[in-house]
Design a protein around this ligand. Sequence first.
Ligand code: MTE
Ligand code: HPA
Ligand code: MOS
Length: 750
Amino acid sequence: MKNIDSYTHLRGESLFVDDIMVRRDTLYGLVFDSPKAHGKIISVNYTKAETVKGVVKIFTYKDIKGENQIGGIIPDEPLWAEHEVHFQGMPIAFIVAKSEAIAKQARALIEIEIEELPVITTAREAKEKGSFINAPRSFNLGNTDKVFENCKHVFSGTVFSNGQEHLYLETQGTYAIPMENGNIKVISSTQGPTSVQKIVAQVLGVAMHKIEVDVTRLGGGFGGKEDQATPWAVMAAVAVQYLKKPVKLILNRHDDLRMTGKRHPYDSTFKIGLDKDLNILAYQVEFLQNSGAAADLSPAIAERTLFHATNSYYIPNVNSIVHSCKTNLPPNTAFRGFGGPQGMFVIESAIALAANNLGIDKRIIQEKNLLSENDEFPYGQIATKVEMKNSWHTALKHFNLEKLEKEVEEFNKENKRFKKGLSLMPVTFGISFTNTPMNHARALVHIYQDGSVGVSTGAVEMGQSVNTKMLQVAYETLGITPDKVKLETTNTTRVANTSPTAASATADLNGKAVLKACKALKKRLITVSSKMLSERKKDIKFEKNKVYLKGKKTNISWEKVVKQAMLDRVALTENAHYKTPIIHFNKTKEKGHPFAYHVYGTAITEVSLDCMRGTYEIDAVKIVHDFGKSMNLGIDIGQVEGALAQGIGWMTLEEIAYDKDGRLASNTLSSYKIPDVFSAAKKVAIIPLKTKGNKMAIKKSKAVGEPPLMYGIGAYFAIQRAVKAFNPKHKIKFHSPFTPEKVLMSLYEK
Ligand code: MTE
Ligand code: HPA
Ligand code: MOS
């Protein structure tokens, strides 16, 4: 089945926030933000701006009736700055005017005086100065101190991975509309409708039931709208509360790039110890997360870094710690992988360094230490139904790695200017919100009296095609045709108290709820049919809108059964709740069983390097991926392809740059390079791994949204191998992205 949005997407008819028909009295908002990264606000003069014709009101923290607080995990983030600013782009005021152009004109007239304070832009500097978001977290297994002494080989090093801009096609935006009695409807481009509802209520000082949040779809989120869609919705709502007129705010790209956080840059140090047979016996790692100026989701992201610090390997002695470092950058936030990629890049770097120093192929150490059944993760979960080695060896065999390696070797022998490099990247990614209480969802299913069906869930469609999957679950369970089912918008009055669409778990959580609701409805309709046919319930089935008796089609249709159910006064609506069973985690002991299951896979990356120019091409990425029993392979392969491109971009091209004053230098698409058709892998082959599937996944179809991003890490090491082939003296470094500029320096390093 195709993505159900493809028809309207292709015709340009799909509705995003900016496409919604506005009321005639709509006003337009624009954010006035801090021009300095750190300082005391001495004065702000709005007088000139206020006199611009068409400016209705400029809102500041003084206009807030509830709390000036939007922090989700830690209450450390004001909606609008009061007396201090903590990053360039920090919102200070909100200009509401008759048009966006007028608001822009006014913004330029605001005069601000700031007494500057020292600016911290890197995690390392923050740590030295003792600037943290919260206390560090540490996951441990075995005893590293003792074991390092007995290791034959011990290596240590440092790793840096830079941030990443989400660059969702649809920028952040909201449209807030006053309803009667002070109620407000908020249309928002958010992954977390409930967070928006909760924080709007908190800032406005009203009950949550007065706020209705509605989401049709997002033009991409990638984690950037899990928490950071909220401030814009709240600003518009504050204005609506005061002005009683609809207020629209769509960030232009420049404002969006400057004001929002990105993937967290990490500065890490590691020590890895191996025995003579290349078993990794001990691994010690310290992660310094550049959290930015407020917590946002940083503590949860730091936690996931620890969960994935050993990637796909079993290491019996692990000592890992993460510090969320407070800096004067926009609060960094969720981005596909949620801290997992940063953790995995470090262990892969540690293995690469060990292999380099021992003069062997990285693959040998990787292969030797892959996760097996019943291995213990540092967080206490015992690995079961492990497909790591299966995916690895399937990839080696299916893509004939030996031959590929020989080809690369021969090519490098014969060519001077061009060199090739090869790498393997295993991925093991845990599925579930690491915060156990978040793993639940609900679905509300109506069967209308004509037999058509409406499905509401807490899932937000953002291009990952979750709505298509929900539709598949509904029609297959009910035994009707897909055209009978409609996916409704995501709305807090229909499905309340939802977790955000995140953690790749949305289809699992919401799908299981849809399944449960549809099963309950079907059971009732089977009872109605059994009466109509005077036959036993267990002999009756629905398929493609027809009633089957003992496997034979009857002349009774789905519509007829629904009609009869109405006459019999049978409830045709069901609300189901699903919570992931089994999972738990103890944050004091840092042990438990946090994940419903893991997703596994292996990628082989081949690159070619132009050693005169430092430029490279990704020749091929060959992947064996564990989809479980995919319920929609077309969609799932699309997710792998998209995530891969995004992962390669993070590792190779995308270079976020803040200057020492905390100003975003890479603030345009000419100074921030994202993957395009030329930089994408020339060939991408994706082979589904044959497995029995996992019952914890919806219809045994495993979560797919984030895990494949980490295949992109393979590109870094493939390029590194090619550089090494040209310049054996090159001292390998772990500093991503590996831009052509850095490649060129490495090629000619003495
Ligand atoms: N795919 C598209 N096209 N657009 C997106 O914004 N977000 C990713 C992934 N795939 C995203 C996407 C992220 S960060 C997550 S967590 C998952 O989708 C969320 O959706 P799921 O739980 O339904 O997989
Ligand atoms: N993943 C993604 N988003 C989240 C998580 C998680 O584990 N926890 C809270 N938000
Ligand atoms: Mo995805 S980073 O969990 O929104």
